[in-house]
Unconditional design. Sequence first.
Length: 279
Amino acid sequence: MMTKYKESELKSLQERATTIRKHVIDMTYKAQSGHPGGSLSATDIITALYFHIMDVKPEDPAWEDRDRFVLSKGHAAPALYGALAEKNYFPVSDLIHLREMGHHLQGHPDMRKTPGVEASTGSEGQGLSIGVGMCLAAKLNRKPYRIYVMCGDGEMQCGQIWEAAMSASHYKLDNLTAFVDRNMLQIDGSTEEVMSIDPITDKWEAFGWHVIEINGHSFKEILDAIGEAKRTKAKPTMIIAHTVKGKGVSFMEGAVGFHGKAPNDEEYTQAMKELGGLK
């Protein structure tokens, strides 16, 4: 069932995503460290979750009945931090302190330090297991909240992912919606050259998941897929989101070199102009 969205809703999400992309570029440039490529590919999904889908209370981050988001691909922390700041979990001015020693915005999310972060992630493959545990807790406590997990496509090469996949299917965790940020690149190159993960859709279906494939940069497709996941009963949902690494910045798009490289002075100026940050 497709939902009609107001153009104003979709435009608002697009504008919010552009703002978060600017934050990603600004943070990584000022830190001269971090992972812009995978942050930019994940931005639209994170934006849709925080600004349209999830029921959260930034003024009360520990609210018991909140929806949870787990960024399993923890190196994309700049996108998450940008969304949390825009959602008023902490001041936007904090973003300039990315990766500073002693500051709460570490290179990978730390739930002990950063308001709004639900899980400390960064070691690849662990986030989906954390999400499964959260879903089991919700079921046992008869709570209505939902859990959303974002994984990287390179992360599909981790065995723990598939252990979690079996568990989620076995326990019929229909309160779990996961995403694969399918940007086709990981730190060492193409996912298919490093360790092929295809046919990825068939694999998740074989593990007992409801699977949806979308354009991960189309807000309409993102929202429709999440709506379908909410209507799916007795099994978890995996959304394979086809994305572009470095989305929104021309010279970063599809460039594996920007997996973990900050922009230099010239690149920063060009990126911000493309995103509308500099005139």
